[in-house]
Design a protein around this ligand. Sequence first.
Ligand SMILES: Cc1cc2nc3c(=O)[nH]c(=O)nc-3n(C[C@H](O)[C@H](O)[C@H](O)COP(=O)(O)OP(=O)(O)OC[C@H]3O[C@@H](n4cnc5c(N)ncnc54)[C@H](O)[C@@H]3O)c2cc1C
Length: 293
Amino acid sequence: MLILPKFLFYEPRDMSEACKIMSEQSGNPKIIAGGTDILVNMKKGLVSPGHLVSIAKISGLSEVEPTNGNISIGAHLIVAKLTEFDIIKTKFPSLARAAAGLGSPLIRNRATIGGNIVTARPAADLPPPLLAMGAKVKLESVKGTREVALDDFFLGPGATVIKPDEILSRIVIDAMPPFTGSDYIKLGHRRSLEIAIVAVAARITLNAPDGVIKEAKVILSAVAPKAIHAVSVEKALTGEKPTDALLEKAAKLAGTDCSPITDIRGGAGYRRAMVEVLTKRTLSTAVKEAQGK
Ligand SMILES: Cc1cc2nc3c(=O)[nH]c(=O)nc-3n(C[C@H](O)[C@H](O)[C@H](O)COP(=O)(O)OP(=O)(O)OC[C@H]3O[C@@H](n4cnc5c(N)ncnc54)[C@H](O)[C@@H]3O)c2cc1C
């Protein structure tokens, strides 16, 4: 069916008004942000909210607030803006890279960072770099506000810990420690309008430009029901000097950390092999960035 079912549309101007509407569960209210996902699902008859609550007009939700190197990103910031802000390009470059490859210019100019997170697709582009950076999300309802580490947010495909009356208001990323580098690479059949076959995000923090790896975060995407940490890789890297041989050896472990499926876009064996290749490449870039090269 291509016609949208009937619904009531709300456009609150502040969070308290939005939370109040979301608390009235009789209308089965749902947030609409960019609408690139929910409108498609409504047309397909997969969801049929009686009330759609837009967060577009809520002050501050489409802005980035830098404070002492930390950033707090409003959930309604469109994906295209993540590629434009200097603070994101310079301090959190892997997030800017992931945003640049999401969908197409049309999608990037409608889809929001909050919507990309809440949708919880196993191959979504923004969660991997955000997970690698230890991001947190702020969830608000009439009952109060809670902050949840993104590591604890996703439960599985399309499933998160967000409650029906909660609104994701902000994404908070702490300033990265000195000597940190990061990267994100997405593999697809095409450059545009392509959901990842495999994607990897890496973040490396050294104890000095020529020192050992103090902290390693490697996130594998589209190879498990949700984006996951490559735990063996992270363990193998920590405390070690980042030589090419070490990165090669650690990247090989990434294939054992995931559980890819075979589908129309790629076989499980191919995905596993590509996870290893992309892990090596993202680690190399992250290490070079951390060394200031
Ligand atoms: C042609 C096309 C190509 C695409 N390509 C890609 C791609 O390459 N990579 C990729 O990752 N995704 C891709 N997507 C998916 C999609 O664009 C994203 O998931 C998008 O980021 C969703 O954001 P939105 O603002 O449009 O969310 P909406 O559609 O407005 O909402 C999506 C869901 O999240 C909920 N929601 C949204 N914001 C909030 C909030 N702040 N608090 C609580 N709940 C909220 C809504 O209720 C709804 O259930 C593509 C989609 C299309 C149509």
